[in-house]
Ligand binder design. Sequence first.
Ligand code: PGA
Length: 255
Amino acid sequence: MSVDRPRPLVAGNWKMNGLKASTKVLAEIQADYGPGLWRHVDLVVCPPAPLTAIFALAAVGTRIGIGGQDCHAKESGAYTGNVSAEMLVDAGATHVILGHSERRQYHGEKDADVRAKAEAAHRAGLTAIVCVGETREEREAGKTLSVVRKQLRGSIPEGSTSENLVIAYEPVWAIGTGLTPTAGDVAEVHAAIRDDLKRLVGKAEQNKVRILYGGSVKPSNAGELMAVPNVDGALVGGASLVAVDFLGIARAYSK
Ligand code: PGA
């Protein structure tokens, strides 16, 4: 299994933070993303939509990928305020976060919506980072695995592969709270996701799909979380806004 371990990915979800001047943070990340790191771990930064093109231009010639935080299922049309997967590609993105709990919570996104968006991402040639995770009430009711498995079943489209799909397990109660599940709890959920991937992407791809953990990842807890079996990287919110913290998390993979 360890022979097959996918190449780790640390992705930064900037959420609704950052202005044009924030390319400075991207430059700081680039400056320290040397061979000692890029040999071991991929980095993707997902700024807010208006910064996609400027970040992608700034990242040309570096090994850092740029991602969106959402996309519409359609290619174009009368959908005021939305951004299509094709537009993200045109702006230079390679990835897109989909089904983040903040989208599910504040925009009413359901699994079927996430699946349609993931299909759009694949149509456009983007890698979809599909988020799943339970609320505190669901965890306390012992429903974590059934909730995550249902979200996976509903959100992952046909034709997904280790090239165009990344899963992010993000317990909703751990996002932005400073709380994290125990290593044992993370291991249990990631093992269940790995198990379900057999049905979702097939046996040949099952062990190659990257499963990220997200929710209050910091340099101080990254080592422990990233060492958990089937944790192939991190989706990082708050700490991704500060270059030294983001790189400090990536360094969990430099040893
Ligand atoms: P956090 O956010 O690292 O600030 O908890 C993670 C996320 O929402 O992706």
